[in-house]
Design a protein around this ligand. Structure first.
Ligand code: RTP
Ligand code: MG
Length: 140
């Protein structure tokens, strides 16, 4: 059975371009409840650790640099089937391939600067949520 939480980050480019409010509105309109949230900035070290799974990929250095380039919003979201439904709401990794109306289609500028992160499994949602939040910061 799918658990009911996912983890997201609104990435530095989307914050810089003034889309923070619109993206949060899309997330809540999509039926997700925000149970934890913070405005923060990742150090290059923290960003590298978060994306360690991509360490061997050619875009890793660029990804770490971008993710630590400015403030982000990190949040834990609750909804039935949260992981899959959130990935539908944000759209494909490359905004050029993302469906009309999705967050990446509307607010991403490139595959590297693609507006938002969404966990890819229930297991990673739990790991990524604990990377940013203590249990006492989650308001279910
Ligand atoms: P995310 O983890 O950020 O939610 O994105 P995703 O699952 O859709 O994509 P993933 O394969 O996990 O890649 C992580 C992030 O790396 C950047 N990327 N750049 N330049 C490139 O070819 C490239 N490919 C991936 C993207 O920012 C992607 O979100
Ligand atoms: Mg991913």
């Amino acid at each position: 059975m799918a658990t009911n939480r996912t983890f997201t980050m609104i990435k530095p480019g989307a914050v810089r371009n003034g889309h923070l409010g619109a993206i949060l509105a899309d997330i809540t309109a999509g039926g997700f409840k925000i149970v934890a949230m913070k405005y923060t900035k990742l150090s290059a070290e923290k960003a590298g650790e978060f994306y360690a799974v991509h360490k061997e990929r050619p875009f890793y250095g660029e990804l770490v640099e971008f993710m630590s380039s400015g403030p982000i919003v990190a949040a834990i979201l609750e909804k039935d089937n949260a992981v899959a439904d959130f990935r539908t709401l944000i759209g494909a990794t490359n905004p050029a391939d993302a469906a009309e109306g999705t967050i990446r289609k509307k607010y991403a500028t490139s595959i590297g600067e693609n507006a938002v992160h969404g966990s890819d499994s229930d297991e990673n949602a739990a790991i990524e949520g604990s990377f940013h939040f203590a249990g006492t910061d989650i308001f279910a």
